[in-house]
Design a protein around this ligand. Structure first.
Ligand code: PLP
Length: 328
C-alpha cells in the first residue's frame, strides 16, 4: 500500500468550489478547461496581517476578463471564501491566488450549462522581497515578447509560458528577471510585473496597448506619482531607450516597487536604487498601510477610515480615502 504522508500543518490550504482542504490534497477534474485549454484567469493579491489588499481593483480586473471571454461570474461570494480560507490558514502575510476557470468539459465550445471552477490558494510570500526592494535586482531584455495581438493580451490568463521561458533565460544569464521586447521593438513589461523608466526626472510606463497587464500596482503608483508632483506618463518605450534610463522600476502586488539596478550586465544609472524608486517605495508603503487600516479580513473596506486630515481639508481627505479603499 502506498503511504501518503499527511501534509505539514502549514503547507497551506486551498478553497475549491466551496470546500477548504489541505492544498496537497486539493484537485480539479482532469477535464477542467483551465487545465485542458488555459481557459482560466487569475489574480494574485498581497495578504498582510490576514487581510487581502486591493481586493476591489483585483476583482474588477478578474470580472472584466471573465466578461471578455464569456465566462460566467462564479456564484460563490469570493470575499467570504477568501475570509474562510484565511481563517483556516495560519498565514498572516501571504499571497492569495484566485483562479477561475470556464469549468469542466471537452471541446472548444464549453458544453451548455458549464459552471466555472473557482480555486483559491494561500502561499507564504517568496523570500528576498525586502532585499530586492532595498538592493534592487538585475534583469535582462529578452529576444521575444508575449505577442501584441494575442487574444489574452492585457488579461491575467493562466498561460505563463512566455514568462517561464523569460525567467529561465534570465537565470541562464545570471540575472533575476527579464523584460519582454515585443515584435515592434518596444518593451511591454517584465515576466510578472509592470515596468517604469525614469529619464531626466520623467517617469514613463508602457500603455495598455503595449501588451502589458493593466497592473493594479501600476495604477496605484501612477496616481501616487502624479500626486507627488512627478512628471509621469503612459508612453511607448523602445527597448533601446532603456540604455539611457536613469532608473528602471518594476511593480507588482507581491513585489511592490522594485528597482532594476543592472540591465543586461550594465548598471542602470548609478547602479543603485535611485531617488524616484525610493520615493515611490515610501509612498507605496504608506498607501499599503492606509489600505490595511481600511480593509476587513473579507477584503472589504471598513465603514470609516481614520485619517490625519482635519475637516477643513475634506477634499484631500476624500481622495486619500479613495486610495486607501483601493481606488486610485
Ligand atoms: C505579467 C504581469 N504583469 C504585471 C503584473 C503586475 O500586476 P499587479 O500589479 O496587478 O500585481 C503581474 C503580476 O503578477 C504579471 O504577472
Amino acid at each position: 500500500m502506498r503511504h501518503v504522508r499527511p501534509p505539514r500543518p502549514n503547507a497551506g490550504f486551498a478553497w475549491v468550489d466551496g470546500t477548504i482542504l489541505p492544498a496537497a490534497r486539493a484537485s480539479v477534474p482532469v477535464f477542467d478547461r483551465g487545465f485542458l485549454y488555459g481557459e482560466a484567469f487569475f489574480e494574485t493579491l498581497l495578504v498582510r496581517d490576514g487581510r487581502p489588499l486591493l481586493w476591489r481593483p483585483h476583482l474588477k480586473r478578474l470580472h472584466a476578463s471573465l466578461a471578455h471571454f464569456a465566462i460566467p461570474r462564479p456564484e460563490h461570494d469570493l470575499g467570504s471564501a477568501a475570509a474562510d480560507l484565511l481563517a483556516a490558514c495560519r498565514l498572516r502575510d501571504a499571497a492569495l491566488r484566485i483562479t477561475v476557470t470556464r469549468g469542466t468539459g471537452e471541446g472548444l465550445a464549453a458544453p451548455e450549462g458549464t459552471r466555472p471552477t473557482v480555486v483559491m490558494t494561500l502561499r507564504p510570500l517568496p523570500p528576498g522581497l525586502d532585499e530586492n526592494r532595498v538592493l534592487g535586482i538585475t534583469a535582462v531584455r529578452l529576444a521575444f515578447g508575449q505577442g501584441l495581438a494575442r487574444p489574452a493580451a492585457g488579461h491575467k490568463n493562466v498561460d505563463y509560458l512566455a514568462a517561464i521561458a523569460g525567467r529561465r533565460a534570465a537565470v541562464r544569464d545570471g540575472a533575476s528577471d527579464a523584460i519582454f521586447v515585443e515584435a515592434d521593438g518596444r518593451v511591454s513589461e517584465a515576466t510578472t510585473s509592470n515596468l517604469f523608466m525614469v529619464r531626466r526626472g520623467r517617469l514613463a510606463t508602457p500603455p495598455d496597448a503595449a501588451g502589458c497587464l493593466p497592473g493594479v500596482t501600476r495604477d496605484v503608483v501612477l496616481v501616487l506619482a502624479r500626486r507627488a508632483g512627478l512628471d509621469v506618463r503612459e508612453a511607448p518605450i523602445a527597448a533601446a531607450a532603456l540604455d539611457r534610463a536613469d532608473e528602471i522600476l518594476l511593480t507588482s502586488s507581491i513585489a511592490e516597487v522594485v528597482p532594476v539596478v543592472v540591465l543586461d550586465g550594465r548598471p542602470v544609472g548609478s547602479g543603485r536604487p535611485g531617488p524616484v524608486a525610493l520615493r515611490l517605495q515610501e509612498l507605496y508603503r504608506a498607501f499599503l498601510a492606509r489600505s490595511l487600516a481600511a480593509t476587513t479580513p473579507r477584503g472589504r473596506r471598513r465603514p470609516s477610515i481614520p485619517g490625519p486630515h482635519p475637516p477643513s481639508r475634506r477634499g484631500a481627505w476624500r481622495s486619500q480615502a479613495r486610495l486607501a479603499r483601493g481606488r486610485p
